[in-house]
Ligand binder design. Structure first.
Ligand SMILES: NC(=O)c1ccc[n+]([C@@H]2O[C@H](COP(=O)([O-])OP(=O)(O)OC[C@H]3O[C@@H](n4cnc5c(N)ncnc54)[C@H](OP(=O)(O)O)[C@@H]3O)[C@@H](O)[C@H]2O)c1
Length: 303
């Protein structure tokens, strides 16, 4: 099969023939029709991920495709989605809803779990509360806007550049701002933060009493030191979410959340937002789009 192989940190992707994966007991062979790009893939490529895989590696953590009998499936599968075939544990297969495209399916499981688990398992979100979403036009961000709205919250979206504002409003954000233009007096009940760095620090001060900041990622830089006194004094909390490890240590939680998300999709309350599709051969351009902060929604490869 053809796959996009990364052989060294900062190296190019090489599209080449590699051995077909052989499904082991309990695994199914999936013909990959779409593979979602996650920022995780960018971090691995740049050598900035704490759990670096052994290189050479076929990156890609989310896919949608078909089983040998034509059943349409999607899966959180890492690494190995940037390829024509993948051997996926049967327990990880999720049915692709009727009417959904493979590209949408490749932006669902990991992306929406990352939005949904914190807002349903770590934060007690009550209707009418306000959620501030950083990197709101990105993959996790567009999912978080929709999930928060589906749970009855008001959404304030924050993004790095003005051309991303409209998509946030279209997906349901009541307000949308470029980071620098967030009102000084904005106070929120929850912050969903995939960016980290200085934005994370500023967001702690935006929490209302009893509010929670959920740390999701550090696309914009590692987290600053945080002293408990900063939380105690404000009556606020910080939570962290890492779906990969949750899957290993609490698979029942992940399975239940995935089922609930599927129901929301089928009911029309949420839908993966695909901003760009590229053939697998153009993986370099696709990564460049994500890394340069110009992408909106999910960027998807079509093997
Ligand atoms: N914890 C978990 O289990 C989990 C799971 C999936 C993803 N994540 C994390 O969630 C974040 C979003 O992932 P994603 O795949 O959906 O990516 P994405 O949001 O589609 O793309 C990353 C976005 O981060 C923002 N950003 C801020 N500073 C940046 C910088 N210096 N360089 C590049 N981007 C920067 C950009 O949006 P603006 O220009 O609007 O700021 C960019 O579009 C990542 O940090 C990822 O690692 C965590």
């Amino acid at each position: 099969m053809r796959a996009a192989v990364l052989s060294e940190v900062d190296g190019p992707f090489e599209l080449r023939d590699v051995a077909d994966p052989v499904p082991q007991d309990g695994e199914a062979l999936v013909r990959v029709r779409a593979a979602g790009i996650n920022f995780l893939d960018v971090l691995i490529r740049r050598g900035r991920y704490p759990q670096m895989p052994e290189l050479p590696v076929v990156l890609g953590a989310e896919l949608a495709g078909e089983l040998e009998d034509g059943t349409r499936v999607m899966a959180l599968h890492t690494p190995g989605a940037y390829a024509e075939l993948a051997a996926v544990p049967r327990g990880a297969l999720v049915p692709l809803p009727d009417g959904a495209s493979f590209a949408e399916g490749a932006g669902f499981v990991l992306t929406f779990l990352t939005a949904y688990v914190p807002l349903t398992r770590q934060v007690v979100l009550r209707g009418g509360q306000t959620v501030l979403v950083h990197a709101a036009a990105g993959g996790v961000g567009t999912a978080t806007i929709q999930v928060a709205r589906a749970l009855g919250a008001r959404v304030v979206a924050a993004v790095g550049s003005p051309e991303k504002l409209e998509v946030c409003r279209e997906l349901g954000a009541e307000e949308a701002y470029v980071y620098d233009e967030l009102p000084d007096d904005l106070r929120v009940d929850v912050v969903a933060d995939p960016v980290g760095g200085e934005l994370f620090e500023a967001a702690v001060a935006r929490l209302r009493p009893l509010g929670t900041l959920v740390a999701i990622g550090y696309a914009g830089g590692l987290w600053p030191e945080l002293q408990p006194a900063q939380l105690v004094g404000r009556n606020v909390g910080v939570q962290g979410v890492y779906i990969g490890r949750l899957l290993r240590h609490a698979p029942d939680v992940v399975a239940a959340a995935t089922g609930e998300l599927l129901e929301l999709w089928r009911a029309g309350s949420i839908r993966p937002f695909v901003g760009a599709e590229f053939p697998l051969a153009d993986v370099e351009q696709a990564h460049e789009l994500v890394e340069s902060r110009r992408s909106v929604g999910k960027v998807v490869l079509l093997p």
